[in-house]
Design a protein around this ligand. Structure first.
Ligand code: ATP
Ligand code: MG
Length: 356
C-alpha cells in the first residue's frame, strides 16, 4: 500500500476533546496540520489548542456530516464512539485507525476472543450476558475474579471484584443488567504496557514498554524502563506487533499486559494514544502523539528510541494543589490539561520526571 503524505495545512478531525485530543492537536499543529475537535460536552480541554471545535451530540448527523466534510482525515481519542456516528463520518472522510479496531475494543468479550485467536494469552473469561448465566460462569472461572461490563468501562469503572461466590449477587446488581464478562483474577507481579505504532505502509515501531501502577483502578504512574527481561521485552513488543498487523492498523495503539512469574498475559488493547505512553513526551525524540499523527497522515514513523529513564505520574483531582511545588522540581516536566473544574478521580495533568 502506498500512501501520499497529507499536505501541510490539511485538517485532522479528532473525535473527543479531552486531554488526549488536546495533546494530539498540539502534535498535529507542530507538523503543520489543523485540528478540528468534535466533542459532545462543554469546555473540552482540546479546544484551547485546536483550530476548530464542533460541539454536538453523537446522534446529530448534520453536525457529524459538516464536521467530516471539513476534515481530510478523522481520528479519535476514545473507543466508545457510536457505530451510527462512524457510519455518517465515513461517508465523507477516512477514519484512522479503522473500524475493525474500534469494533473489537468496544466490547471486552469480542476483544478477549480476538486476542485469544491470535494466540496471545488472556485471563480466563466467561460470558455473562445476563444474571442467569452467572452460575455457569462462576463454575468455570471461580473466585477470586472480576465482573466487568462488556462495554463502556474505563479507569476501572464498571468492574466489581468477587472474593467468594457470596459476592456474586451484589456484583451482578452493580452491572444494572448490562452484559458482562467474568474474568479470572490474574496474580501478576506487575503490569506493563506497550505503545505501538503502525504506518500506512505497514511499518511497525514500538516504544520501550512502561511499567504501570494503578491506584483505585486509575493509572497512577508509568516507569521506564519496566522490569522485564530481554526476552520478555521482545515478547511484549512482538505481541503488540501481532495485534497491529492483524487489524491492518494505522496509528498508535496501547497494549496492557500483566506480567506473572510464568508468562505475559494481555489485559486489554486501546486503539489510540494511551495514558501510559505520556512519558514519551520527555523520553523520546518523537512522542506517541506525533507518532500517531505521522501514521494517520501517511508520514513515515518517527524515531521513538528512549533516551532517558522517566517516571510519569498522573495528577488526579487535588494533586493540582501540588503544582506550585512540582513547578520548582528539577528534571520535571509539568503537563496540565487546562480543565476548569477539579473533581476527585479526574485526570488534571501529569508530570514526567527524568530519573537518569
Ligand atoms: P483503564 O481505563 O485504566 O485501562 P479499564 O476500566 O479499561 O481501565 P482494565 O484495564 O480492565 O479496566 O482494569 C483496570 C485495572 O484493574 C488493571 O490495570 C489491573 O490493575 C486490574 N485488573 C483488571 N483485570 C484484572 C484481572 N483479571 N486480574 C487482576 N487484576 C485485574
Ligand atoms: Mg486498562
Amino acid at each position: 500500500m502506498k500512501t501520499d503524505l497529507l499536505p501541510t495545512g490539511s485538517t485532522i478531525g479528532i473525535l473527543g476533546g479531552g486531554q488526549l485530543g488536546r495533546m494530539l492537536s498540539v502534535a498535529a499543529s507542530r507538523l503543520g496540520f489543523k485540528a478540528h475537535i468534535f466533542e459532545s460536552g462543554s469546555n473540552p480541554p482540546a479546544a484551547d489548542v485546536a483550530h476548530a471545535l464542533t460541539t454536538a451530540p453523537y446522534d446529530d448527523h448534520a453536525a457529524l456530516t459538516a464536521f467530516a466534510k471539513s476534515c481530510d482525515i478523522v481520528t479519535f481519542e476514545f473507543e466508545n464512539i457510536p457505530t451510527a456516528a462512524l457510519d455518517v463520518i465515513e461517508a465523507h472522510a477516512t477514519i484512522r485507525p479503522g473500524r475493525e479496531a474500534l469494533r473489537i475494543s468496544q466490547d471486552r468479550l469480542t476483544e478477549k476472543m480476538f486476542l485469544q485467536d491470535l494466540g496471545l494469552m488472556v485471563a480466563p473469561f466467561a460470558d455473562v450476558p445476563d444474571a442467569a448465566a452467572m452460575d455457569a460462569a462462576l463454575l468455570s472461572i471461580g473466585t477470586p475474579s472480576i465482573l466487568k461490563t462488556r462495554r463502556l468501562g474505563y479507569d476501572g469503572k464498571g468492574q466489581v471484584r468477587l472474593r467468594s461466590t457470596d459476592d456474586a449477587a451484589p456484583a451482578l446488581a452493580q452491572m444494572n443488567g448490562a452484559p458482562a464478562i467474568l474474568e479470572g483474577f490474574v496474580d501478576f507481579t506487575h503490569e506493563v504496557s506497550v505503545i505501538a505504532a503502525r504506518s500506512s505502509t505497514g511499518d511497525v515501531a514500538c516504544f520501550d514498554p512502561g511499567e504501570n501502577v494503578h491506584r483505585d483502578g486509575i493509572l497512577h504512574s508509568t516507569t521506564v524502563p519496566a522490569r522485564l527481561s530481554a526476552v520478555q521485552r521482545t515478547d511484549a513488543v512482538l505481541m503488540a506487533a501481532k495485534v497491529l498487523n492483524a487489524l491492518d492498523y494505522v496509528g498508535v495503539l496501547g497494549v496492557e499486559i500483566f506480567v506473572t512469574r510464568k508468562e505475559l498475559i494481555v489485559n486489554e488493547i486501546a486503539p489510540r494514544v494511551h495514558n501510559s505512553g505520556h512519558w514519551t513526551q520527555n523520553g523520546c525524540t518523537v512522542d506517541q502523539f506525533e507518532q500517531h499523527i505521522r501514521a494517520i497522515t501517511g508520514w513515515p514513523l518517527g524515531d521513538g528510541t528512549r533516551f532517558a529513564d522517566v517516571v510519569m505520574e498522573n495528577l488526579i483531582g487535588d494533586d493540582m494543589d501540588r503544582v506550585p511545588a512540582l513547578a520548582r522540581e528539577s528534571d520535571t516536566a509539568v503537563h496540565l490539561y487546562g480543565k476548569s473544574e477539579t473533581k476527585p478521580g479526574r485526570k488534571m495533568g501529569h508530570v514526567n520526571r527524568i530519573t537518569r
